[in-house]
Design a protein around this ligand. Structure first.
Ligand SMILES: [Zn+2]
Length: 199
């Protein structure tokens, strides 16, 4: 069955609903991100690229698209920051699913063991991991062409495992890793875009 299509409010291109980032007008009048396409209410679809995300959150654009002036005041930069945070949380939630399923392992020693013995789908390296450990793990990542996430701090990864710090995590489940792709791409776009955002 064909998926429902939506049109981007910026470039007017049509895509499958699930490839869009959705902005939704909450009953309170607040503009909220709806990454799961589940929230009720009027919504706007934006393509998964910086141009459409950046222009799509402009007051004028969104007011026209939602055909209302009753939108609670907001800062465009804050909206982008909110989306970045939401994307990070979503990625961490996938790691939690991996932990529950017994498919996620953490800590340098354990991760090195798993990397030598098991089929790994995804590696998360803390930004503040020590240089020597980073080098050792990256050797595996490059040799096997593994997918890598390095957007979290040791404390953020540690929290998932009810520990103080975790320098690295591996996920041994292709399905979970696959589900994270969209959010990884979204995060990459937001991070790169924000870095070049002049005003
Ligand atoms: Zn677009």
């Amino acid at each position: 069955m064909k998926q429902a299509e939506r049109t981007c409010i910026v470039c007017r291109e049509k895509h499958e609903k699930s490839t869009f980032v959705r902005l939704c007008l909450a009953p309170t009048g607040e503009l909220v991100w709806d990454l799961r396409h589940k929230l009720p209410g009027r919504g706007a679809s934006l393509c998964l690229n910086w141009n459409c995300l950046r222009k799509g959150i402009q007051h004028k654009k969104i007011t026209t698209a939602l055909r209302t002036t009753e939108i609670a005041p907001y800062q465009e930069r804050e909206k982008i920051a909110e989306l970045m945070q939401l994307t990070k949380t979503t990625l961490l939630n996938y790691v939690k699913i991996g932990i529950k399923a017994g498919k996620a392992f953490s800590g340098y020693t354990k991760v090195m063991q798993v990397l030598t013995r098991e089929r790994v789908s995804l590696v998360l390296l803390a930004r503040d991991i020590s240089p020597s450990r980073r080098r050792n793990i990256l050797t595996f990542v490059h040799d096997r062409n593994l997918k890598l996430i390095n957007i979290f701090q040791q404390s953020e990864l540690g929290e998932l495992f009810q520990a103080d710090d975790r320098s690295c995590v591996v996920i041994c489940d292709a399905g979970i890793a696959e589900s994270m792709n969209y959010f990884l791409e979204l995060y990459r776009i937001l991070e790169e875009g924000s870095a070049t955002w002049q005003n």
